[in-house]
Write a protein that binds this ligand. Structure first.
Ligand code: NDP
Length: 376
């Protein structure tokens, strides 16, 4: 294909690289950690849309989605997004590059890019249907990219974009919260010690909400340090009773799923616009197991029934939330970070040579913030 080497001097000036190729961790099939493969022979991404930017990856981070996608989670819907013609024919998504967060430097821009120039330090959350950041270079559209906070290193910055974009989608779009409306709001976050939770606590405190969280006892210091007002150890026998004794909540952000909604729905203020927002929905699992049409239909029915039932019986909204790419929203987060309102929570950092170990760490569970991979 077309080679943009002459335009991309920064890339091709690297003496150790074969021209047009980059190193990356890829998978060639779905499976457990053994499917991760390091290679130096992945074709460099090529800018073929005028709004695209090429980023040299300095750091990436892992999310539970990476572990799930390594095993094939979401493949049906994601393949449809990668290649709409895949409904009719079997598509080939391999070699697939995982990694949803990037912090790095712009090295090339399409002719229509207006917000970035080569040399800009940027961060972004990469949509799951695009090639990821466990590679030397990643290509995104400028709408997905934002200038990285100046006060953070690349490793710290890489810990934030995907969880931030997810938290914003959940709290703002699904939960109806915003900076201006948070002052008198009570929010409960379940699973607050992980990536999304540790970010959400800080965002909500920066916006002035009252924040109650559930987490394991040994995470109490962490979440209090990030600003949580009330902390309930979910492993304590009387955890549900402790929560029931508290004033009712305006929004619940559920990072845990399972039976959480059964005991937590009653903690919302009835008939006042309160919202239960869960990040753990069966949509992608259903489409993987039942196919696109049946799976989407089944998930849609489940959502509709739950939403209807909860509105009728309790007067509360029930919603699913999903990550959504949003570069401009990350600009606002960048300002909060540089203003000292939001800190990165990096639990572990692995070198690029140890990507399988980073996946192992994530699979072990019990995250306390984020796991970062230093790529270059
Ligand atoms: P993490 O793995 O970083 O964090 C999960 C946290 O929950 C851990 O700290 C874990 O610690 C804690 N936890 C586990 N069980 C419970 C429980 N019963 N009660 C309270 N805390 C618990 O995940 P993320 O924060 O990145 O994501 C949260 C969830 O949201 C995941 O399920 C993820 O797949 C999903 N997600 C969905 C997205 C979407 O688009 N819908 C996007 C992003 C995330 P410990 O076990 O030690 O208590």
């Amino acid at each position: 294909g077309f080679c943009a080497c002459s335009r991309r001097r920064n890339i091709c000036s690297s003496p150790s690289r074969l021209q047009n190729y980059m190193s990356a961790w890829v998978i060639d099939q779905y499976g457990s950690n053994g499917v991760l493969r390091f290679t130096e022979e992945i074709s460099l991404p090529v800018i073929n849309i005028s709004s695209e930017v090429m980023i040299k990856v300095n750091a990436a981070s892992l999310n539970p989605l990476d572990v799930a996608m390594r095993g094939g989670y979401g493949a049906t819907l994601l393949n449809l997004r990668r290649d709409p013609s895949s409904v009719l024919s079997s598509s080939n998504e391999f070699p697939l590059i995982l990694g949803r967060d990037v912090s790095g430097t712009v090295v090339d821009c399409g002719s229509g890019v207006t917000h970035f120039v080569p040399g800009d330090e940027v961060w972004a959350a990469i949509p799951p249907w695009k090639q990821g950041s466990l590679a030397e270079y990643v290509k995104l559209t400028e709408y997905e990219v934002s200038h990285k906070p100046k006060s953070l290193s690349h490793g710290e910055a890489a810990s934030i974009p995907y969880v931030a974009s997810t938290a914003l989608s959940a709290l703002v779009n699904a939960g109806g919260l915003c900076r201006e409306s948070c002052a008198d709001k009570r929010v409960l976050i379940t699973g607050a010690s992980g990536g999304v939770g540790t970010f959400s606590i800080q965002l909500l405190k920066a916006w002035g909400a009252h924040v109650t969280v559930t987490c394991s006892q040994n995470a109490e210091g962490l979440v209090r340090g990030l600003g949580a007002d009330e902390v309930v150890d979910y492993t304590a026998e009387d955890a549900p009773q402790q929560l029931e004794l508290m004033p009712k909540f305006d929004v619940i952000l559920d990072n845990v799923g399972g039976d959480t909604e059964q005991w937590a729905m009653g903690l919302l203020k009835p008939w006042s616009g309160a919202k239960y927002v869960t990040l753990v929905s069966p949509l992608l699992l259903n489409t993987d197991s039942m196919g696109l049409v049946d799976g989407t239909f089944q998930a849609g029915c489940a959502l509709h029934n739950k939403a209807f039932e909860n509105m009728l019986s309790r007067g509360v909204f029930y919603r699913w939330a999903f990550y959504a790419p949003d570069g401009p929203a990350l600009d606002d987060i960048s300002t909060l970070v540089d203003g000292g309102k939001i800190l990165p929570v990096v639990e572990a950092q692995f070198p690029f040579s140890q990507v399988p170990q980073a996946f192992q760490k994530l699979e072990h569970g019990h995250a306390r913030g984020k796991t970062v991979v230093k790529v270059s």
